[in-house]
Ligand binder design. Structure first.
Ligand SMILES: Nc1ncnc2c1ncn2[C@@H]1O[C@H](COP(=O)(O)OP(=O)(O)O)[C@@H](O)[C@H]1O
Ligand SMILES: [Mg+2]
Length: 455
């Protein structure tokens, strides 16, 4: 069964012969009248008419239809399945459902590909109009086809360009993420020696403590052995007293029991410090995580200070003026990266000894964090360049010039602002303002990237 019969069966329309009898002969009309011939033959639309009774047999095709499609009009009229047989196979299904609606709505518009005489396909826009007789019986379908191949090609081209742009944007995003990660790793690299020191210090005294504790355990075991001998009667009574006294003197049990408690406490504290630093490093170096979460910014500042501690502690005293901060919806590890960069910049600006002051506070539905230093300040001519990527005044190896530009990007992503105030020779203050809930400020764009996406 061909397409047409399938459609006829599907539609349940009357057989062709009967309807054909009622169909006005457009062909004859146009042939007979020069005026009609001229008008219909030269409209840019490709006009055809067909009997709607199942096979959609063409009963009229305009001169322009022959010209555009490349078939003789007689050829089109003679083949009962001409129209269906020249539709692109991929478009047949959509056309079937459109044709079904034609009998309900009397008019239908759709697009499909039509095979021309050279075998290529043209995109067609087709407006079908169903003509009925007075009794409502379908008589004829008039089709106005327009060649929209040019438009389709443009759409395809636009889509291709759009895809290319999307790809480029994705690549840019990836490059940015990589930059961010390398700046992060660079700062960890700069801090690594300090972090190692911070970890080594407690490890040093914990292992010394373990050594002492080992000696204490040996002493105690010796005592236990002595008491076991006495209890077992292996040692005569008069000797036992002397042995016990001499052991207790050697062991200094009063001091030992006090020292054991101290050593254990100190070791625990040391291990806790190591754990904190390792956790801070983990928080800080976390990659690719863009998890919007409610976070305590004081905790972020403190764990960043933990990592930067060694860099800071010899020349900088850190003063904290922490105000009341609500939990803030943010990408916590990215904000930590901003804090880290500001703190390290502050420390690097101080050549001998100085103060870094961290202030936090809430202003309405925003929070503010400022980091001030008493360092050498920023030269006025550099002030509007410091947020540029790769702008650095530091020697190769100690500055990437990426810190502030990435910080700027991170703060923008949070719907916030970052300002700088600096006086040469006096010091510099960076102030960050962040909305408590960035969803109120930012319009969501891509899910996952936007604070509206996660809760
Ligand atoms: N607290 C500060 N004090 C003085 N200069 C600063 C301070 N913070 C940033 N700068 C200047 O801004 C430049 C860019 O900083 P940044 O983007 O973090 O890159 P980097 O620290 O790798 O140089 C620094 O090289 C420095 O000249
Ligand atoms: Mg920096």
């Amino acid at each position: 069964m061909g397409h047409c019969e399938a459609f006829m069966a599907h539609q349940g329309v009357s057989p062709p012969a009967q309807a054909a009898a009622d169909t006005p002969d457009l062909q004859a009309l146009v042939k007979a009248n020069a005026r009609y011939r001229h008008i219909i033959g030269n409209t840019p639309a490709i006009i055809y008419s067909s009997v709607p009774s199942g096979d959609f047999r063409l009963t009229f095709v305009s001169e322009n239809a022959s010209r555009v499609l490349g078939y003789e009009s007689q050829e089109m009229l003679d083949d009962a399945n001409f129209w269906f047989n020249h539709i692109h196979p991929d478009d047949i299904a959509a056309i079937f459902s459109s044709l079904a609606m034609l009998f309900v709505e009397d008019q239908k518009v759709y697009e499909y590909r039509f095979r021309t005489s050279d075998g290529s396909y043209l995109w067609m826009h087709d407006t079908l109009r169903l003509i009925r007789d007075d009794a409502g019986k379908p008589l004829e379908v008039i089709g106005l086809m327009t060649d929209i191949t040019g438009r389709k090609q443009m759409e395809d081209e636009l889509q291709r360009q759009g895809e290319e742009q999307r790809k480029l944007i994705a690549q840019l995003k990836m490059a940015q993420a990589q930059l961010m990660q390398s700046e992060k790793l660079a700062s960890i690299g700069q801090l690594a020696a300090g972090v190692a020191h911070e970890i080594n210090n407690p490890i040093g005294f914990v292992s010394a403590n373990l050594n002492t504790l080992g000696n204490y355990v040996a002493t105690l075991l010796e005592g236990i052995k002595l008491y076991q001998c006495i209890l077992g009667g292996a040692l005569p009574r008069d000797m036992a007293d002397g042995e016990v006294r001499s052991f207790e003197q050697r062991a200094d049990l009063a001091y030992l029991s006090e020292d054991v408690t101290d050593l254990l406490g100190e070791s625990n504290e040391g291990l806790q410090r190591v754990r904190n630093i390792v956790q801070s490093l983990k928080d800080f170096s976390r990659t690719g995580e863009s998890n919007w979460q409610m976070a305590d910014l004081h905790q972020g500042l403190d764990s960043t200070l933990n990592i930067a501690n060694n860099e800071l502690k010899y020349k900088v005293s850190v003063v904290k003026h922490y105000g009341e901060l609500p939990m803030v919806k943010c990408l916590a590890s990215e904000l930590n990266q901003v804090f880290m960069n500001l703190l390290v910049n502050a420390a690097q600006a101080i050549s001998d000894k100085g103060i870094v002051t961290i202030r936090t506070g809430r202003i309405g539905d925003k929070v503010s964090i400022s980091i001030s230093d008493t360092g050498h300040g920023i030269k006025p001519e550099n002030l509007n360049r410091i947020f540029e990527p790769f702008f650095t005044t530091k020697p190769v190896g100690s500055g990437t010039g990426l810190g502030l530009s990435l910080s700027y990007g991170i703060i923008k992503k949070h719907g916030g602002h970052i300002h700088v105030h600096s006086e040469t020779g006096q010091g510099t203050t960076f102030t960050i303002e962040l909305p408590i809930d960035p969803a109120n400020v930012l319009k969501p764009e891509g899910a996952g990237d936007s604070p509206g996406g996660a809760s």
